[in-house]
Design a protein around this ligand. Sequence first.
Ligand code: AKG
Ligand code: FE2
Length: 271
Amino acid sequence: MKINLNNIKNDKVYLDKAIKFYEDNGYLISSINDNKLIDDINLKIQNHLNSKRDIKTNPKIFHYNESPRIVEIWKEIDSVKKLAINEDVIFLLKSLYSRKPIPFSTINFLKGTEQPLHSDYFHFATKPDGYLAGVWTALEDIDESSGPLSIVPGSNKLPYVWLDTLGLDIPKNKKDIKNNYTKYEEYIKKVMLDKKFEIYTPKLMKGDFLIWSANILHGAGEIKDKSKSRLSQVTHYHFEGCEKYFNPLFTRHDQNKYGDRDLNSIKIPYE
Ligand SMILES: O=C(O)CCC(=O)C(=O)O
Ligand SMILES: [Fe+2]
């Protein structure tokens, strides 16, 4: 379902339909109409890379190819931050969760990630459960051969997976984290074989964004044409009023141990 942001604001029946679709399928697609902002993000990221200043990236263990996953660049590039707090996106998220969104992490991609299917809820969780969303925005027309984003509609309803579920210990070092994560990925592969889910790869054009709900499985296919870029930004959101925001990679519920999560959130000035 691709939704029109103007209708959402003016038509309660349309909004309710969108909410129902999101609850059932775990995602929504819409579009921001701000090419100027997107062009600015692309330009500033390129300038930043050219400047050869250090860029903060995800740890190596979460890279599946050489292209950097640039994290938290909203702290340096205002347009990245502006996209994260885009008024329409915030309105939509607030409508979907009936709580105020807390944008807290940005990742900017130059190329496809080739990351296997996973749920972000294995990285970012809340108590009570489920107060997590990701917003993935295409910063150019996404080419089929660039390793586009894929999702698994309906997988948002699968049970949450924890270290407890997998019988894994809290990691003591990076190697343990990688081993645990590989076991998690294998578990998800099995889930995909057992259940009758389909992988959906939406065609996303510049300015289109896809909101994914906490537990939906998503990932990115192989980059078939290595020359192709896949400029995109994902922003993660928690929601206000949770008792805990924690890191499941370091959590064992049965031992009452919760991984710390410093939200370091992006302030929304008009809230
Ligand atoms: O953009 C992609 O290929 C997937 C990225 C992703 O899943 C994430 O950052 O959580
Ligand atoms: Fe993800």
